[in-house]
Design a protein around this ligand. Sequence first.
Ligand SMILES: O=C(O)CCC(=O)C(=O)O
Ligand SMILES: [Fe+2]
Length: 351
Amino acid sequence: MPGLTSHKFSQYKPTFPQVTWPPLEEVPVIQRGQSADIRKNALLSAADKVSHLSSALGTEISGIDLRKLSNEQKDELALLVAQRGVVYFRNQDLNVHEQLDLGRYFGPLHKHTSAAIPARPGLEEVNVVYHDGTMPKDGYNSFFSTEQLWHSDCTYELQPPGITSLKLLVGPQFGGDTLWSSSYALYSSLSPGLQTYLEGLKALHEDPESEKKFTRRPPAETVHPVVRVHPVTGWKSLFVNPGFTSRIVGIPKAESDCILAFLYSQLSSNPEFQVRFRWEPNSVAIWDNRIVTHSAIYDYWPATRHALRVTPHGEKPLSVDEYEAKTGKTAIDRLNDREHWGLDSKSPTYL
Ligand SMILES: O=C(O)CCC(=O)C(=O)O
Ligand SMILES: [Fe+2]
């Protein structure tokens, strides 16, 4: 009953109010995963089932109600997401305010400069993802190649998002899946010489959309390290993405183009780094934008797909040198860190 469904969620339909917000300022972020017990028993033992969907990333948990998590379980969820990149839950009844509260636990919430926000006032921290049959069939595919659709959210900000959630309200019977790609796995796949070279570089992130759309804040562009270290796991990750990283700075343009083209082709096309999620209404994905990229698939026109995203800020990305100076610890390639996380040598996963 499409009429009923669209009425039920009409307050979350997309709007683009022409309001202006002040520029973002630096905000403190508490790394919740840092307080978690490494075994994550409070969270995992409360679940009916925990299934890893691929070696590199993606875990589905059933039997947990996201409205009822204790702070201890939320801390463990933050750690799990930092390790597995993205964690999925189905049949979640949490409403948008509960989704906002959960997000706020992980960091101050980001307000998007230009993306749609819900029609109902007071929900500026919610991002609306919405397509239906009245919109062009080609959708984003007429503006971007499938490779360009891969991105990590809002990396042009000074403090790009950390632990982000997306809840599907309405979706097609089939199609409209989302893909995620592990940037830990991408880093870990490179030869030691290339890893070391990239660790010394920085790249420019900017929003190509900001020239085309009304922006509620002056558009940001920021230079971030090409390899960043996750503050909780201490693992190194490639931090460039086709959506927003335009060039590596301080090296010849041709060299930057060539390296970025190689990295983008790897992250978007190497299935070993990827996981694909088939949504149902009330599915929630929680991913760590610091260490994964993602890409939605627009193959469901003319069906309606409607989802809400809540996006906490992460820290200012730390380069390997910054992480080591700050913590006195050595940042590590995830592939070499199995023992620390209690994995035996045969375990295919990185839980
Ligand atoms: O529609 C989706 O599955 C994801 C869209 C997206 O990129 C996002 O919400 O960050
Ligand atoms: Fe996104």
